[in-house]
Design a protein around this ligand. Structure first.
Ligand code: BT5
Length: 274
């Protein structure tokens, strides 16, 4: 997709590796910024295989094969921030809260740098004005050094237009506010917040999970729970902060279930994208 701005304005807002490192002088793993990648998660997996350490961070100005969950595609034109960060949880760290902590971290960074108050759609989307602004994909792997989490985040920042199919459901900070954002400043803040969230994972994720629950608009909604062969109506009751942000739902027959993450897909029954 064409650049949303004139060349000069684009140069001022696009992410720069040199400036990003300048904003994060003490970060143990200096972030890498690529013009274009297949997928930042794929690149991070390659770095991981050659021994990348905790906190390694990869950005791309666009992706040719950005991926979502369950084999879905994440459209990644120029103007978005696409990044992946490596976490190496210790054996005592809980894994369930990781996506929720990342959602809170990115939400905080967007509020601080862009002044936009996003809402969380369980489990891994940030919405703005009812449309998807950000998607998060946490992939778990093991290598010679143990467990690695490839935390992939795509944020529509200065994106001006989406393909026809996404247009009704996707938005960007630019489209919502009419203002172009300095991607380097936002990237630095996202990394700072993610680094803080990484420490929280080892210490006490509860306050972050409470923040996640407060911002989660899925709660209280009627949903259709989709699995391979079935679609069942339910009410989303609440977020379980003990189980890392799992969603408690009640089916129409009165039975309840805790959805941990990707075992089912949710759709709003009133047709809105929540
Ligand atoms: C996600 O999956 O939303 C996780 C997306 C993670 C993307 C990042 S970008 C950096 C890193 N590298 C990667 O290769 N991936 C990560 P999911 O919940 O499955 O949502 C995918 C769905 O979101 C698609 O099927 C579309 O409906 C919609 N979608 C695709 N591209 C979008 C975009 N740019 N903005 C909003 N919605 C989008």
């Amino acid at each position: 997709m064409a650049s949303p701005f004139g060349a000069e304005e684009r140069m001022q807002t696009t992410i720069s590796e040199k400036n990003l490192r300048r904003l994060l002088p003490d970060r143990a793993a200096p972030p890498l910024v690529f013009e274009r990648l297949d997928s930042t998660n794929a690149e991070l997996a390659r770095l991981c295989a050659s021994g990348a350490s905790e906190g390694a961070a990869v950005f791309a100005r666009s992706q040719t094969a950005g991926r979502g969950r369950l084999g879905r595609t994440f459209e990644s034109p120029e103007g978005g921030l696409y990044l992946s960060v490596l976490w190496r949880p210790s054996e005592s760290d809980p894994l369930f809260p990781i996506t929720a902590l990342a959602a809170v971290a990115v939400r905080r960074a967007l509020l601080h740098i862009c002044g936009v108050d996003t809402q969380i759609k369980w489990r891994n989307d940030l919405l703005l004005g009812g449309k998807k602004l950000c998607g998060i994909l946490a992939e778990l792997k093991t290598d010679a050094r143990g467990l690695c989490v490839l935390l992939g985040i795509g944020v529509n920042v200065n994106t001006r237009a989406f393909c026809e199919d996404l247009q009704p459901r996707a938005t960007s900070v630019f489209l919502h506010t009419g203002r172009a954002v300095d991607e380097t400043r936002l990237a630095a803040e996202i990394l700072r917040e993610l680094d803080a969230a990484r420490r929280v994972l080892s210490e006490n994720p509860k306050p972050y999970l409470a923040e996640y629950a407060d911002a989660c608009i899925t709660v209280g909604k009627r949903v259709t729970v989709l699995r391979a062969e079935t679609a069942r109506s339910a009410l989303a009751l609440g977020i379980d902060t003990e189980l890392g942000g799992a969603l408690r739902i009640r089916y129409d027959d009165g039975s309840e279930e805790l959805l941990i993450s990707g075992e089912a897909t949710l759709r709003a029954e009133n047709g809105e994208y929540f």
